[in-house]
Design a protein around this ligand. Sequence first.
Ligand SMILES: NC(=O)c1ccc[n+]([C@@H]2O[C@H](COP(=O)([O-])OP(=O)(O)OC[C@H]3O[C@@H](n4cnc5c(N)ncnc54)[C@H](O)[C@@H]3O)[C@@H](O)[C@H]2O)c1
Length: 256
Amino acid sequence: MDRVRGKVAIVTGGALGIGRAAGLLLAKEGARVAIADINDDEGKKAVDEIKKDGGEASYWQMDVTNEKEVEKVFGEIYRKYGQINILVNNAGIPGTGKPSDEMTEEEFERVLNIDLKGVFRCTKHAVPYMKKAGGGSIINMSSMLGIIGGGDPVYHAAKGGVRLLSKGDASVYAKANIRVNSVHPGYILTPGFTGMIEKRDPEMLEGFLKSCAERTPLGRMGKPEDIANGILFLASDESSYMTGTELIMDGGITSQ
Ligand SMILES: NC(=O)c1ccc[n+]([C@@H]2O[C@H](COP(=O)([O-])OP(=O)(O)OC[C@H]3O[C@@H](n4cnc5c(N)ncnc54)[C@H](O)[C@@H]3O)[C@@H](O)[C@H]2O)c1
């Protein structure tokens, strides 16, 4: 119940999917949780769910592509709670699914702007508060596709960037007792994941989900809660000797 008691956590993209599960679990384990997202309806519902469960949480409208908004919202969160100890850089969108020679520069830039530069902006504006608190834990959402290649070049570029940005920040901020680790999920059943498939071809959804489970050595797709468990571990002091590392939670896909 108390694995992160006394800490304040910001979860970007916490309205749905993996971020929502992470916010719920962090709150259950005692953290005060700030959900920062662009989906106000779902973000507020996530906060209500946390409160119904006895936890403490608040919702903040924040687009990770807008640095001024990130700076403002983090300042307000700090003023509300008096500290910021955990940042889960989870907000993200799928890639385009297009090969490089068919992608526009705008499409490429949009994915990088959210998935990679969003992590940079939020880290930049969380670090000063973590330094004041004497340390902190930053958990960056990469993907198994940030380690291996596949059919979605811009997503690999963004998530591979997150992996090494995490290692760079980990070495720079270790002296300030700020730990930075990346998380690498496999196929996780979330609204974002199913939405991506449906957008490309709605007819394909059922078969695609089945093939994801079949391609996974553990024989099933992951649940958002599977990833939330890893995020909680990295957020808590149980991982206090871990920084710059990559937590792969993919049911065994990258180990084949
Ligand atoms: N689902 C998977 O299979 C999977 C696998 C590996 C990595 N990931 C990564 O995990 C993270 C969460 O994915 P998910 O599947 O839970 O997605 P999701 O679409 O279900 O949830 C993503 C959340 O991020 C929010 N968001 C999107 N753009 C934003 C922005 N500009 N500013 C603030 N919030 C924004 C959305 O509103 C949504 O609430 C993403 O970074 C994704 O790339 C997902």
